[in-house]
Design a protein around this ligand. Structure first.
Ligand SMILES: Cc1ncc(C[n+]2csc(CCOP(=O)(O)OP(=O)(O)O)c2C)c(N)n1
Length: 622
């Protein structure tokens, strides 16, 4: 690659001509596509922002000037331009680089990412700190139209307008989130970027006055043209921002020209750019949802290489089962914060469009909205990824639990999720749910149990709110399409009888325990295996049985050891005066970076081999 080979840091592009910058963009795209074909990542979003990353590093003085990428899944070109070109082949791999900006990884990553809608608040904090310190820097937040549906973004805008801070917010509007973007703000953005009359008038004025230095008369004219078109004026202007745009964000020339002018303007500014998600790679442009994160693919044909297309994933069990349940119970409604395809709520949306709600990237709202529905007699299934549910903790407590409302939380991506790394591991859900009164916390062993828990949760016996957590990825390959069976609330299941050592597990990690138990039996040990099913209420009878037969309990959970199964069992043992040793296997008190699920579970010490080693060790201790 003629130019990319010469570029390691942003300084290397400062003397490039427009033509060279254009060529660099093409080379970055090619490199990104090649790398992501073999080593999957968030390709679509990053293809759309190549020109933006190049223009920003060309115009601004990074890392002195601060770039904050919202989520950061669109920042691959930024990574490639900032010293991580070679490392990009190991993007999202174990011990490789993170798929998101990360402060510990590069001085060019002014703020880390992974979750949406944080960039404006973070950039504002950076800008205000610079003001206090007397630093003369520019701060830029890049936020997508999807991420703008998250409430935090408005909190940032609101505060920035009031503080009159010197920040630039770049609204990267590709008119799609992961799935179709939703909401009134989305409709508004479509209107302001597609209004032919306004944009035509504005671009003519812009051209003939040579950019931003427009006279007062023309400013006035523009304002009244805008007001005529959008009665209440621009939302961003109302929030105290100067609004620029919309411009074509895949047109390097337009971007560079506009940014170089905006750079000189002080105060809160918002530049609205239109880009194409998947830009430059036809399959990604044509099917933007799928190519948000396409997995491996063949660059020439655009064919995606799917791992096991015939094996059901846990999310599929949720997606199929909720439709079945909703057919029988007209009170059932489904709520997702912008993850309809990610959690497989798409079928429910097709079959029951009026009982399905994609509320935008708004986890807090999703929970309280569900609470409102429950308060008025509906039975909401609120499906949120474990890591994103963290955002809505107060809503769970204040709006659902205290009021004893029956919301069924389906917590997808519970446990180690793999390549998305520390920001996405579902490490904390079991612990944070366990602390809250009035909530049943359950984790199925396999797809059959998940299906039966979803069913049982709809029945009166499962009183109050419910959290059912299950992992990312494939099921166990069982024949799950059978009639529903009731699972009694708070009742564990003995999977294997034994003595001396009991392994007590929660959730699908129990399948790894089963393999370790088989190995242990072959090695002459005779451990017991209990599938707890429920973290809350905890099955006292099952634990009493275990404590009478065994002197060691090994707890295994795919979650943090702090406050989860190990804590619950240890507390129970102490409270009931048993002198049983409790061995903790789970995620230690640290953030777990990226890698495959297997690599990470081994690193944390609770894969099949480590479980087996612990069983044998405890037996030998006897
Ligand atoms: C709090 C939170 N909820 C959900 C997600 C999952 N997520 C990642 S990217 C994305 C869509 C973002 O859309 P947009 O900001 O328009 O960026 P684009 O991918 O279109 O460039 C979503 C929902 C997340 N990262 N963080």
């Amino acid at each position: 690659m003629e130019l990319l080979d010469k570029v390691n840091i942003p300084k290397d592009i400062k003397s490039f001509s427009y033509i060279q910058l254009e060529q660099l963009c093409a080379e970055i795209r090619e490199y990104m596509i090649d790398c992501c074909a073999k080593n999957p990542g968030h390709l679509g979003a990053s293809l759309g922002t190549v020109e933006l990353a190049v223009a920003l590093h060309y115009i601004y003085d990074t890392p002195k000037d601060k770039l904050v990428w919202d989520v950061g899944h669109q920042a691959y070109a930024h990574k490639i331009l900032t010293g991580r070109k070679e490392a990009f082949v190991n993007n999202r791999k174990y011990k490789g680089i993170s798929g998101f900006p990360k402060m510990a990884e590069s001085e060019y990553d002014s703020f880390g990412g992974g979750h949406t809608s944080v960039s404006i608040s973070a950039a504002l904090g950076i800008a205000e700190a610079a003001k206090i310190k007397g630093e003369s820097i520019k701060t830029i937040a890049v936020i997508g139209d999807g991420a703008l549906s998250g409430g935090l973004a408005y909190e940032g805008l609101n505060n920035a307008g009031a503080l009159k801070s010197d920040i630039l917010v770049i609204l990267n509007d590709n008119q799609i989130s992961i799935d179709h973007n939703v909401g009134a703000m989305h409709n508004y953005l479509v209107r302001i970027s597609t209004s032919y009359t306004y944009n035509k008038v504005k671009s003519k004025v812009w051209d003939c006055v040579g950019g931003y230095k427009i006279g007062r008369f023309i400013q006035k004219f523009m304002r009244s043209a805008k007001q005529a078109l959008f009665k209440n004026g621009s939302i961003f202007q109302a929030l105290g921002f100067r609004y620029f745009g919309s411009i074509d964000g895949n047109n390097l020339n337009e971007l560079v020209t506009t940014l170089s002018k905006i750079k000189e303007i002080k105060g809160p500014k918002l530049l609205h750019i239109r880009t194409v998600k998947g830009k430059g790679y036809k399959p990604a442009e044509e099917n933007q949802s799928v190519w948000h994160a396409p997995g491996k693919f063949n660059v020439e044909t655009g064919e995606r290489i799917l791992k096991n297309p015939n094996i059901y994933r846990y999310q599929d069990i949720f997606g199929e089962t909720i439709v079945e349940l909703a057919k029988e119970n007209e009170k059932i409604v489904a709520v997702t914060p912008a993850m309809a395809s990610g959690c497989s709520m798409t079928k429910m949306m097709e079959v029951f469009p009026h009982r399905s709600f994609d509320v935008g990237i708004a986890e807090q709202h999703a929970v309280t909205f569900s609470a409102g529905m429950a308060a008025n007699g509906m039975l909401p299934f609120c499906n949120i990824y474990s890591t994103f549910m963290q955002r809505a903790y107060d809503n769970i407590i204040h709006d659902v639990a205290i009021q004893k409302l029956k919301v069924i939380f389906c917590i997808d991506r519970g446990g180690i999720v793999g390549e998305d790394g520390a920001t996405h591991q579902g490490a904390f859900d079991l612990s944070y749910f366990r602390l809250v009164p009035n909530i049943t916390v359950a984790a199925p062993l396999n797809e059959i149990e998940l299906r039966n828990m979803l069913y049982s949760a709809t029945l009166q016996q499962w009183n109050g709110a419910v959290a059912i957590r299950y992992p990312r990825g494939n099921c166990e390959g069982l024949d799950w399409q059978k009639p529903f069976e009731y699972i009694p609330v708070g009742k564990a299941q003995i999977l294997v009888e034994g003595e001396n050592v009991a392994v007590v597990s929660l959730g699908t990690i129990g399948n790894r325990v089963s393999k370790a138990i088989v190995k242990a039996k072959e090695a002459g040990c005779n451990p017991m295996h209990v599938n707890m099913r429920f973290l809350k209420p905890l099955d006292s009878d099952a634990l009493e049985n275990v404590c009478k037969k065994c002197s060691t309990i090994i707890t295994v959970e795919d979650g943090t050891l702090l406050g989860g199964l190990n804590s619950a069992v240890s507390e129970w043992v102490a409270a009931n005066n048993y002198s049983v040793k409790v061995v903790p296997l789970g995620i230690p008190d640290k953030f777990v970076d990226q890698g495959t699920v297997d690599e990470l579970i081994s690193e944390c010490g609770y894969n099949v081999q480590e479980i087996f080693d612990n069983i044998v060790k405890e037996y030998r201790r006897k």
